[in-house]
Design a protein around this ligand. Structure first.
Ligand SMILES: Cc1cc2nc3c(=O)[nH]c(=O)nc-3n(C[C@H](O)[C@H](O)[C@H](O)COP(=O)(O)O)c2cc1C
Length: 191
């Protein structure tokens, strides 16, 4: 690796201080494969993000990159690939829903991630409820309906911030995604 002597510089008025990191910013950093290896070690719940497309038809995709962002106001953050049809739909309509999957819904997660399955067919095996007009998976661990607060591109994904407008929490155990595989919590540690 090149010499990474840090050079202090003035903070930008419009962003975080980057003082001292200029030399490092010129480095290419680890390659994509190594970074994906890091991301694979993150453990996340599995969700299905749903929206309505331009013709009012439900569309949706499996998403593990979803997290709570704020309690007051209630905000969630989802990271969606720039090419996602669900992203296009939620940007057009200004709203989306999130259904958190249970460990019985592994096949649902696979279906909503399958690029060869058209959006309408992804809903075929799941009971769907309409809440504020949006489709939610009725037998999910929990669901929420959100208004789009902000959408910004970052690299090959978009950060989508949603303001939570409706919530339901049901029983069940979460489906987890870790090391590119589905998992369930060990029985002893859950309700
Ligand atoms: C477990 C799992 C988690 C996923 N998480 C995400 C994610 O967080 N963001 C994303 O953009 N795609 C994610 N995907 C891939 C999308 O579900 C997949 O590309 C989907 O077909 C996109 O659908 P769409 O283009 O119809 O919106 C995930 C796939 C799986 C299997």
């Amino acid at each position: 690796m090149a010499d990474l002597t840090l050079v202090p510089r003035q903070p930008r008025p419009d962003g975080p201080s980057t003082a001292g990191w200029d030399t490092l910013r010129d480095e290419p950093g680890p390659d994509t494969v190594r970074c994906l290896g890091l991301y694979a070690k993150l453990t996340a719940g599995v969700t299905v993000v749903t929206a309505l497309d331009g013709t009012g038809q439900p569309t949706g995709m499996t998403v593990s990159a979803l997290t709570s962002l704020s309690a007051r106001p209630p905000l969630v953050l989802a990271c969606l690939r720039g090419t996602s049809r669900t992203l296009t739909a939620l940007k057009q309509q200004g709203a989306f829903a999130v259904s958190l999957l249970t460990d019985h819904q592994r096949s649902v997660a696979e279906l909503f991630a399958d690029t060869s399955v058209p959006p309408a067919r992804r809903f075929e095996n799941s009971p769907v409820r309409r809440v504020l007009g949006l489709p939610v998976l009725a037998d999910a661990l929990a669901w929420s309906v959100c208004l789009v607060e902000d959408v910004r591109p970052y690299g090959d994904h978009h950060a989508v911030v949603g303001r939570v407008m409706a919530v339901e929490v049901n029983g069940g155990r979460p489906l987890l995604w870790h090391d590119r595989a589905f998992h369930a919590l060990p029985t002893a540690t859950t309700d």
